[in-house]
Design a protein around this ligand. Structure first.
Ligand code: KIV
Ligand code: ZN
Length: 521
């Protein structure tokens, strides 16, 4: 089915990743990320779980219609209704796939309360049904790594006989370890009748920090599809990170002689986009895409780097789309220099967007001598939703000192009308947030407030993330400013705008998922 050492990359950022609490993306964001995944050479995009909500169904359908090269896959539990709904969404793709699954471990079998025989029958019926709709069917025994060996072999054989073309082996709770992961796949391929007719996939979670190692070990054991997400996004400790497995196979091709179709120069851009739209910032020391992954700041390392970069660098920054040189822009830089720099960073900006970004860039350059790449990236983030925002910060004045409350005077445009609020709080951020709530009363619960400095120096921009939860909807807002309190107020407003969009666009409940992976039916 594939050349022997070619590994298919199955990206589940939009399904397993997006399912992580707080990582919810808007419809447009999902389409954008799917487009980037397609462009970077991902073989299979798991675009969502169509039965879970109207929003998921719409996103999977549209991603299927837009896909150029990738196979588009949707998730379905082991019942006809899920599978039919999934097919309705993915059928628009030139290459559609249905992915159906059921929990096969003793713990998971107990939830629908099925005997081993009853579950085996259900697998036979549902995979047959999926295969009658679609030629390309993936089947997963959820919690495979904690399923009894004999039963695992039995159900995989049933799924293959019923027509599954890919068998995915999920390590649902991140329990396995590299040697076990390799052995499991190897033994399954050696034991299960018909195993050489299908592709075996590996799907690892990172609870013990071994997802990348376990996925690569599974490939050594014979798996030829890795399931992963950008930045390792995903529930709990996340999924295998796409950038890690792909760069590991590329960099250590001498000992892992496997190929993928991924254009690695697109990694950095998509990593930034996923971080922005999911609201999950990438940790500074994250492998491959962390801010420090290619920074060599200690004196010893800098000296070594100047003599020969290979002393401390095993990959070239250019290989993941990071530009080698990074000359800052300043207040005298013109529109052409800005456009050039943005293109270098992976942004395609139309004339109108450039106009808007240029105004913001000039404002920033007036306050900050050198505008670095990272400043421009956060500037791009904050220019995205701004135009159609319902709430817009106009001015914010704070008076505070030691030992007393802070006073905020805030002017905000609310649906086209400029309104003023005066408020007092326990510190400047609290005062500003209270003023915002006065002008836009809401019951949203603040579940995260995070501040980072974008670059060094006291004139550095602060980037602030705010996560709000209201009636089951979650929205993350981000903003940056050289003033931390202004950045905080803007991030809060951004999150409120996103909550509003979510409510207005999707209508009541259509984007909400109140569905469980363990289907009791
Ligand atoms: O982790 C898991 O088991 C899953 C399945 C739905 C494949 O995501
Ligand atoms: Zn998973």
């Amino acid at each position: 089915m594939t050349d022997n050492n070619h590994v298919l990359i199955f990206d589940t950022t939009l399904r397993d990743g997006e399912q992580s609490p707080g990582a919810t993306m808007t419809h447009e964001e999902k389409l954008e990320i799917a487009g980037l995944l397609d462009e970077m050479g991902v073989d299979i995009i798991e675009a969502g779980f169509p039965i879970a909500s109207e929003g998921d169904f719409r996103a999977v359908s549209e991603i299927a219609k837009n896909a150029k090269n990738a196979t588009i896959c949707g998730l379905a539990r082991a019942n006809f209704k899920d599978i039919d709904r999934c097919w309705e969404a993915v059928k628009h793709a030139s290459s559609p796939r249905i992915h159906t699954f059921i929990g096969t471990s003793p713990l998971h079998r107990a939830i629908p309360d099925l005997t081993m025989d009853e579950m085996a029958d259900k697998i036979h019926e549902t995979v047959t049904h999926a295969r009658n709709l679609c030629d390309n069917v993936q089947w997963s025994p959820m919690d495979a790594t904690r399923t009894e060996w004999d039963y695992l072999c039995r159900v995989i054989e049933i799924a293959i006989k019923a027509g599954a073309t890919t068998i995915n082996i999920p390590d649902t709770v991140g329990y396995t370890a590299p040697r076990e992961s390799a052995d499991l796949i190897r033994r399954l391929i050696d034991t299960v009748p018909g195993a050489d007719e299908v592709i075996f996939a590996t799907h690892c979670h990172n609870d013990l920090g071994m997802a990348t190692a376990n996925s690569l070990a599974a490939v050594e054991g014979g798996a030829r599809q890795i399931e992963c997400t950008i930045n390792g996004l995903g529930e709990r400790a996340g999924n295998t990170a796409l950038e890690e497995v792909v760069m590991a196979m590329k960099t250590r091709n001498d000992i892992m002689p496997y190929s993928t179709k991924i254009d690695t120069t697109k990694i950095m851009h998509i990593s930034r986009r996923v971080a922005t739209v999911s609201g999950f910032n990438v940790q500074f020391n994250k492998a491959i895409v962390g801010k420090n992954a290619f920074a060599h700041e200690s004196g010893i390392h800098q000296d070594g780097m100047l003599k020969n970069r290979e002393n401390f660098e095993i990959m070239r920054p250019e290989d993941i789309g990071l530009s080698g040189t990074s000359l800052p822009l300043g207040k005298h830089s013109g529109r052409a220099a800005l456009r050039d720099k943005l293109e270098h960073l992976g942004y395609e900006v139309g004339d109108n967007q450039l106009k808007d970004v240029f105004v913001r860039f000039k404002e920033l350059a007036d306050r900050k001598k050198e505008v670095m790449d990272d400043d421009l990236i956060v500037l791009m983030r904050s220019s995205e939703d701004a135009e159609n925002d319902y709430l817009k910060l106009e001015t914010l004045r704070i008076v505070c000192g030691t030992g007393g409350p802070a006073d905020a005077t805030l002017v905000m445009n609310v649906g086209g009308e400029s309104k003023t609020a005066i408020s007092q709080g326990d510190g400047p951020v609290d005062a500003a947030f209270k003023a915002i709530r006065q002008l836009h009363p809401n019951t949203a619960h603040l579940s995260l407030y995070q501040v980072h400095a974008v670059t060094e120096g006291t004139d550095a921009q602060a980037t602030v993330s705010v996560r709000l939860e209201e009636d089951g909807n979650i929205a993350t807002g981000q903003s940056a400013d050289t003033d931390t309190v202004v950045a905080s107020a803007k991030a809060y407003i951004h999150a409120l705008n996103r909550l509003k969009v979510r409510r207005d666009k999707s209508g009541p409940d259509t984007d909400k998922r109140e569905i469980s992976y363990t289907d009791p039916s």
